[in-house]
Design a protein around this ligand. Structure first.
Ligand code: HEC
Ligand code: HEC
Length: 250
């Protein structure tokens, strides 16, 4: 198992994929997804791999095998990096994981770092998506995610209540059935990047109501609201123990 993780790490260093690669790669190819400006854009349209994966019975054992390659970046625990380079996957809703993975594969999201490792010839088709999403569903969340500077939390709370609760829920818990991501305890720096990309339309297939709503947010608003929500603790039964190492990959 470790060999594969190391191989991915080596490939990453070799292509200097960390950091700057986010500005190169698949974005230069024509995106297959529709974007907000398109006449026939419809958020989260039915069809494609997402729907196929949702209707398959997951095989956890295979999910664990598929996850091996993911572990190289998202870590064996699914906790990601506090600097936001790699998001935390643990605790994210099953349908969100499936939709986002399908979106990444369909180039609806620009993710040149992960893209080559997530393709069907690497991990398999919709069944692999269902399997790995189910495996991720077994992982408890990072007890110490990355936060913002904590200086503007009252402002953040007010904005959150007024603008975000309707979809992301009172505590940032999201909604599996509606594909609304859990935001609580996700790394602040990751949320910040995604929020910006959603605002600019760079993340295609994002909810158009949210895109519209956040256009008037200033930098101060954005930082405050995301710092606030990243600090909310999910229910204790979802959180892992500090220092836990996933025995599946030891
Ligand atoms: C080479 C590093 C790398 C590997 C390997 C990798 N990922 Fe990722 N993944 C990323 C990065 C970077 C992002 C965030 C991209 C961005 O900022 O939009 C991401 C984002 C995601 C997201 C979106 C999370 C969200 O909150 O929206 C999902 C889901 C995901 N990865 C699942 C997987 C799965 C499943 C695998 C294994 C099959 C995998 N990743 C392998 C680097 C990687
Ligand atoms: C109309 C519903 C709606 C509203 C209102 C909304 N969002 Fe979202 N948000 C979504 C959906 C849906 C996604 C997932 C996008 C996708 O489908 O790819 C999302 C994604 C995000 C993400 C990226 C999360 C990730 O894991 O990649 C962030 C950050 C976010 N929202 C923050 C906010 C904040 C902060 C507010 C309030 C200012 C807000 N949203 C208001 C529906 C909404």
């Amino acid at each position: 198992m470790k060999t594969l993780i190391r191989a991915v790490a080596v490939a990453l260093v070799a292509t200097a994929a960390f950091g700057t690669a986010a500005d190169a790669g698949p974005r230069d190819k024509p995106a297959q997804g529709k974007s907000l400006g398109d006449k026939d854009y419809s958020w989260n349209a039915n069809g494609g791999e997402k729907d196929e994966a949702l209707h398959l019975k997951p095989d956890l054992k295979n999910g664990r095998e598929v996850y091996e390659v993911c572990a190289a970046c998202h870590l064996p625990e699914g906790w990601g990096q506090t600097d936001g380079t790699f998001p935390q996957l643990a605790g994210q809703h099953n349908k969100v994981i499936i939709k986002q993975l399908a979106d990444i594969r369909a180039l609806n999201r620009d993710n040149p770092t992960m893209y080559p490792f997530a393709l069907p010839d690497q991990i398999g088709g919709p069944q692999a998506i269902a399997d790995v999403a189910a495996y991720i569903g077994t992982l408890k969340m990072n007890p110490e995610p990355g936060y913002g500077d904590g200086t503007d939390l009252e402002h953040g709370k007010k904005l959150y209540k007024e603008n975000c609760v309707r979809c992301h829920g009172e505590h940032g818990e999201g909604n599996n059935d509606k594909y609304y991501p859990r935001l609580e305890s996700q790394h602040y720096a990751y949320l910040l990047r995604q929020y910006q990309w959603i605002k600019e339309g760079k993340r295609r297939n994002a909810n158009p109501d949210m895109v519209k709503q956040i256009q008037t947010f200033t930098d101060r608003d954005t930082k405050a609201v995301l710092d606030y929500v990243s600090r909310i603790k999910p229910p204790a039964n979802l959180i892992g123990v500090k220092g836990w190492k996933n025995p599946d990959f030891q």
